[in-house]
Design a protein around this ligand. Structure first.
Ligand code: URA
Length: 203
């Protein structure tokens, strides 16, 4: 079994939080194991709980359109959530649920090793930059421990607050340039260049 499939089996069997009783399916996440970029949302909603897949409801449709706007498809990126089980009535995740689920997210990060993490919404931002206000930091990339973090508003925010739609769209448009910069950093210099420039530059 691949490391990711082993992880998914663990998540689907997890009963650490009481909300396992009300879920239809756990929603571990999806995408290629070698994805360069990982999108991390908040928690599964009704549609995600039904299908066992992240971002398949209306927020997911907007996320798909945002990805398309930068020439990416869902198959090229990894998508998951801070917590892997739907909170009843779509309430906010509880601090204890987030803490219980954190080791699953950590293992996902360990396996995929994304170059770039896009946090979607304040709960996801809180996992990586506690204390930062999304209204201030959205659309600003921050490099930490070799990973580029890029905070964005949650796509669902645009569905409730139309004025955020354009903000989310323009933040998304910054991603290709940031990714291109990261790829350049890991490029191996062409054969024939001086030895000191041939070293693989790690992030
Ligand atoms: N909102 C999220 O945060 N995650 C999903 O998977 C769907 C909606």
């Amino acid at each position: 079994m691949s490391a990711l499939n082993e992880l998914y089996a663990g998540i689907c069997a997890c009963r650490k939080c009481e909300i396992f009783r009300t879920r239809t399916r756990a929603v571990p996440g999806e995408g290629p194991e070698n994805a360069e970029i990982m999108f991390i949302g908040e928690a599964p909603g009704w549609h995600e709980d039904q299908q066992g897949r992240p971002f398949v409801g209306s927020a997911g449709q907007f996320l798909d359109a945002l990805l398309k706007s930068i020439g990416l498809s869902r198959q090229q990126v990894y998508i998951t959530n801070v917590i892997k089980t739907r909170p009843p009535d779509n309430r906010d995740p509880l601090p204890q649920e987030i803490a219980n689920c954190r080791p699953w997210l950590d293992r996902q990060l360990e396996i995929i090793k994304p170059k770039m993490i896009v946090t979607l919404g304040r709960f996801s931002l809180g996992q990586f930059m506690p204390g930062s206000a999304i209204s201030k930091i959205h659309g600003t990339a921050v490099k930490k421990d070799g990973v580029l973090y890029f905070p964005m508003y949650h796509p669902a925010a645009a569905l409730h607050q139309g004025s955020l739609r354009g903000v989310i769209q323009s933040d998304m448009l910054k991603i290709p340039g940031l990714l291109a910069g990261l790829r350049k950093e890991t490029e191996v210099a062409p054969v024939g260049q001086k030895e000191e420039t041939q070293q693989l530059k790690l992030l």
